[in-house]
Design a protein around this ligand. Sequence first.
Ligand code: ACO
Length: 514
Amino acid sequence: MVKTILLLCCEDCVPQLSNGLKANLESQGQKVALLNPLAGSKDEVVGASFCKKEAVKLLADGKEDELIAQLIDRIEETGKGSDVVIVTPVFEDLTFRGAYCLNLEIAKNADAFVLPAVCSEGKTIDEFIADVETTVKFFAQDGITIKAIASGCKPDFAKLCNEKGIAVVNPKTPVLDAKSVVPSINIVTPAKFMRSLHDKARANKKTIVLPEGSLDRILKAAAELKAQNLVNLILLGDEDEVKAAARAVNVDLDGITIVNPAKSPDYEDYANTLYELRKAKGMDLEKAKKLMLDKTFFGTMMVYKGVADGMVSGATTSTADTIRPALQFIKTKPGIKTVSGVFLMSLADRVYIYGDCAVIPNATTDQLRDVAIASAATAKAFGIDPKIAMLSYSTGTSGSGPDVDAVREATEKVREAAPDLAVEGPIQYDAAVVPSVAKTKLPGSAVAGQANVFVFPTLNAGNITYKAVQRSANALAIGPLLQGLNKPVNDLSRGATVADIVNTVVVTAIQAQG
Ligand code: ACO
C-alpha cells in the first residue's frame, strides 16, 4: 500500500513544505505524488482533488462517511504507482465541523504519517519545546503518535527536539528519512473495515438472491451493490411489480436478474427437491409446491441448488421464518451441529465479534461450545485473530451459581474440543476488554483484557448487548451472520437500513467465497 504523509501546517507553508518534501523523498529514490484533497474555488483542482463545494454539499446532506470514503479513494487513486503520497491539509475556513476532525479521519483511514507544524517565531526555546510537547500530547489523545514536526526553528531548538525523540523537518530545506514514514495511528475504523470487505467481495464476485425484490430498501441496496460492482444479484418477485417498484425509487435494474418463483422453469424441480428432502419429516408434494411459492423457500432452494451462492432476506419477515428453510434443508456443515448468529461489531478503532445474538434462545453448554468455535472460525475468515471471552456475571470464581457453572463447563468443552483456541471463561465484559481490570481480576490470562470474540450465555444477553452497543456506542453492527450452515443464508433485522442490507450482502458474498 502507498505510504501517506498528512501535512498539518498553515496554508502559507504548504507549497514550500510539500514541494520540498517531495524533492527530498525523490532524492531517496521514492516515487512521490501530491494531493490537495479539498481544493478551494481559487485553488487549482488537480488530479483526484475534490472541489471544496462538493465536500460541503456532502456534509450538508449528512454524508460525512461518504466524504471520508471518497477522500480515501482519491488518496489511493493519486498514489497509484507511487511509493508515497503527500496530502496537504484541510483548512479551518471550511463552513463545517472542525477541519481537525476531517484531517483526523484522513489520518485514521489512510494510515497516514502525520506531520504537524509547530511555529517557533518569537518563542524562547522553552516555550517552543512546551508547544511541541503539547502538540504531541494533543494528538496522543486521539491515538496518534507524532514522531516528527515541521518547523523552521533554529538549529539548537531542533537539536533539543531530536533529543526528545521528535524529528524536525524544516520547510525551507525539508529532510525526512523515507523509512521513518510509518502510520502514526494503526486502527481498524468502520470505514477501513468496510473498505477491506468491499475489496474482498469485488475480488471474487458471488451471486446473491434477495427474495424481497420489490421492497424499496432492497431495491436501493441493489442499486448501491451494482454501482460498486460488489456482487451479482437476483431479485425475486413478479417482474412487472419489481420493475414498477424500482421505477418508483429511481433504481435502474439493468444487469440484475428478476425471477418470479411461480413462473420459474425451475419451480417444479425445486418443489420436488423439497419434497424429497423433507418427506421423512412429513412433507407431501402438494405442501412442497405451496411452500415453493414462498419467496424465502424459493430463494433458499436457489442457494441449495447452487443457482445463487447466498441469500439475504428478512427485511419484512421474522428471523424464525427467514432462517427455518435453511435449517430444514441447507442444514449444517459436516461435523457441525449448531447454527448460531454473530454480529461483526465495528467500533471506532477495532472489530469485535458478538455471538450468539440471533438463533439459540437458551443454549446448552454443548451449544455454547459450538458458538465459541464457530465464532472463532468466523473471526479468522474476517482477518481477526480470535481471543474468546465466555461471558458471565462472574470472572473466574468471583461469583457462583448454576449460570456461572454452565459457562465454566462450556469453556472447558471449548478447551477440550479446540485446544489451540485462546479462550477464557467465565469472565465479565470489563475483565475481557480492559487490560487494567484484567490485571486485577484475572492476572496471567492470555485473553483477559484483549478479547475480541464474545460468547454470550443466552440469546437475551447477546441480542440486548449488540443492540445496546450499536445504538448507544455508535458501533457499526454487521449481521447477523449465520455460522454453521452448509451455504450462506443471512437474516436482516426488520429495522435494517439500506446500508445494513448492503453490508449484509457483502459479508454473505464473502462467506460464499469460503
Ligand atoms: N442449529 C442447527 N439446526 C437447528 C437449530 C440450530 N440452532 N435450530 C433448529 N434447527 C433445526 C432443527 O434440528 C430442525 O431440523 P429438522 O426439521 O430437520 O429436524 C429444524 O431446524 C427446525 O427446528 P425446530 O425446532 O422446529 O425449529 P423452529 O423452527 O421452531 O425454531 C429457530 C428454530 C427459528 C431458529 C428458533 O430457535 C428461533 O425462533 N430462534 C430465535 C430467533 C429470534 O427471534 N432471534 C432474535 C432476533 S434476530 C435479530 O435481532 C437480528
